[in-house]
Ligand binder design. Structure first.
Ligand code: 4NP
Length: 145
């Protein structure tokens, strides 16, 4: 199973989602491959935001090795599931979907809720980590059934 996590910058939320989901897969011997990408290209080649690295480290999920990349059309073929953080990401990714099959792979990570962008508020990184972890655990339960 290959899963892609997508947000706007690929430096705050989706690196956390990649790290948390990879950790859940590894700990449960699921053999899944997780990656992340941003709809924007401002931070391509950079590591995750230091505030995401810090909260992830604190919770035992190292993400410092990740490198930012932009979402690309071939991701629709490469991945089985594409999880986005908010409705803006959802609109941006769906606008690129070449067909219905591709569009059906794209879902909000939290199902019916958004993971808010913590970029402008240092205090949001811990609650955002918790939200993403909750969403990832739920997805593991759904997909493993
Ligand atoms: P992210 O947060 O989408 O969770 O990675 C953001 C990071 C950077 C920017 C926007 C959102 N930015 O505009 O540079």
């Amino acid at each position: 199973m290959k899963i892609l996590m997508v947000c706007l910058g690929n430096i705050c939320r989706s690196p956390l989602a990649e790290g948390i989901m990879q950790d859940l897969s590894d700990k449960n011997n699921l053999g899944w491959e997780i990656d992340s990408a941003g709809t924007g290209n401002w931070h391509v080649g950079e590591g995750p935001d230091r505030r995401s690295v810090k909260i992830a480290h604190k919770r035992g999920v190292p993400i410092g090795h990740q490198k930012c990349r932009q979402f690309r059309l071939s991701d629709f073929d490469e991945f089985d599931h594409i999880y986005v953080m908010d409705r803006s990401n959802l609109g941006d990714v769906l606008a690129l979907a070449p067909n219905k099959q591709a569009a059906q792979k794209v879902k909000l990570l939290l199902g019916d809720k958004e993971v808010p962008d913590p970029y402008y508020d240092d205090m949001q990184f811990a609650p955002v980590f918790d939200l993403i972890e909750e969403g990832c655990k739920k997805i593991v339960k759904e997909l493993v059934q």
